[in-house]
Design a protein around this ligand. Structure first.
Ligand code: SF4
Ligand code: SF4
Length: 96
């Protein structure tokens, strides 16, 4: 019984260690400024408040690492001027 409990505790510890070492996903947000009419919708909808207007009123990301990839900006842009994509980590040549 005690052995079972110890094994269970070890398994839980391994799981929590795995969870803490898991890397956070990162995203890239691109704007097609030629299509953008500077309406400000994307700036209003971003839950992280990381889209700000540049000197022409067009959107620019201030802190890309804070993007959570929710795609609210992409979905709400009336001019399809935003693309959100997950940043791929560099893979080694022999990885499958
Ligand atoms: S994907 Fe979400 S968090 Fe990232 S910039 Fe767009 S609205 Fe903001
Ligand atoms: S929602 Fe689209 S059109 Fe409006 S400011 Fe943002 S990128 Fe430009």
């Amino acid at each position: 019984m005690a052995e079972k409990s110890a094994a269970k505790k070890q398994s839980c510890a391994q799981k929590s260690r795995k969870a803490t070492t898991k890397k956070k996903k990162q995203y890239d947000v691109s704007f097609y400024h030629d299509w953008c009419k500077a309406c400000g919708i994307c700036m209003a909808f971003c839950p992280q408040k990381i889209i700000q207007a540049d000197k022409n009123g067009k959107p620019a990301i201030s802190e890309m690492e804070k993007c959570v990839g929710c795609r609210f900006c992409e979905i709400h842009c009336p001019d399809f001027a935003i693309t959100v994509s997950e940043r791929k980590r560099n893979r080694r040549q022999n990885d499958v």
